[in-house]
Design a protein around this ligand. Sequence first.
Ligand SMILES: Nc1ncnc2c1ncn2[C@@H]1O[C@H](COP(=O)(O)OP(=O)(O)OP(=O)(O)O)[C@@H](O)[C@H]1O
Length: 455
Amino acid sequence: MPLEIGERWKEIVDGLYTDVIITDKEGVIVYANESTEYWFNMEKRDIIGNSVFELEKKKIFYPSVARMVLESGQKQTLIQQTRNDKKLLVTGNIIYDSKQNIEYIVCYSQDITEIEKLKSYIKKVEGELESIKKELQFYQKLQMEDSRLVAKSPKMQKVLSVMDRVADTDATVLLTGESGVGKSLLAEQLHKKSNRKGEFVAINCSSIPESLIESELFGYKPGAFTGASQKGKVGLVEKAQNGTLFLDEIGELPINVQAKLLMLIQEKTFYRIGDSQPREVNFRLVAATNVNLEELIKQGAFRKDLYFRLSVIHISIPPLRERQEDLLNLLMNMTERFNKRYDRHKELTHETIDCLLRYSWPGNVRELSNIVERLVLTIEEDVLLPEHLPENINTGHLAAPLIGIGHKSLKEIVEETEIRVLKDARKKYISTTKMAKILKVSQPTIVRKLKKYGL
Ligand SMILES: Nc1ncnc2c1ncn2[C@@H]1O[C@H](COP(=O)(O)OP(=O)(O)OP(=O)(O)O)[C@@H](O)[C@H]1O
């Protein structure tokens, strides 16, 4: 029997945006308001008088909340999917008769289609955001590493490409180059690129007294010698397990330790001092030096066999004066870095940059870094002028002949200096006659030299 409700009530219930469906205790629908038609895309007359069990079978109300209330005898709330693909949050409430038996079940819904869509959209966006965040962190890290290592010049690009090719191998690498060219930084970079899980363990062979270097490297057994710790000591070789052992200034390694290092490289085993138990290790060895090891071999101060073992991959890092592109980049990079670090706003004028570019940087990147840091910290004005530079840099080209001693022949040094002076003069004076006059040579000499050096 359809349920008769008063006109006023009908008006109120029909005015509701939500559907209201009333079912009797047998599961027959006895009332449905106007909104029901819209919610279920059906005429009221096809709903009223039908059994919720039948409608559930036809998947019109699926699952049927009224059926569940009847079965459980309790109020129920569930999510229903309609035939027109709406997602509804349906609640079924009980109306009891005077004897507290179920008389009617009143069901109403809330359309959560959009909320559900939004939820899954948010979930998707959150997932995408998370992966973008991770990607960003990865690139930020790379950028940080990259911004530290400046290597844009063709010569450094070549160095990096060799490093890339050998990074994930076990091959021992020997890095050579003048002091301050970046050997330690590149050794670290090589470790990062190697994806080895262990640590990067660095030791400067020249900074440890000869008598201690063996125990530093190989460690010792408890009480191995007078003054040794009772606990014994783990050496750097063991600390570098599964990582990289970086031996800086390898030329300073005492000859007796060289023999032990050779055994370590060949056998991958070593003994702690005072121990008869060999220990196995797995690490990548990177060595660096700014001295000519072949010269040391001739003097009997370095083992030839060790040299061959160390230099399986020999990477020579060019001095800064041979990579002008890097010099300019480093200059800009370091000014920015120190400005940030010390909260300063220093700028370099063209003339200052010119002076710095003309200087030959015998101390390489380390010297450049020290000078830029000092300028940023000590000069009061924000604009850094040539007169703020140390005297030897302000007239940098004059210091040039001293550069490269030990690495270059006199002829090479003289030629480099001549090139620098000629370049400088060419910038200042347009005619070769004027250049000749200033440099106190004949004009044909100037022309010949410009031609010789391709200037
Ligand atoms: N290509 C580069 N880009 C950025 N910074 C660099 C570069 N090369 C070197 N540096 C910086 O210059 C300084 C000296 O570099 P590093 O200690 O690696 O030189 P080195 O060749 O190992 O010197 P030494 O032979 O004296 O041990 C460090 O502060 C390093 O970070």
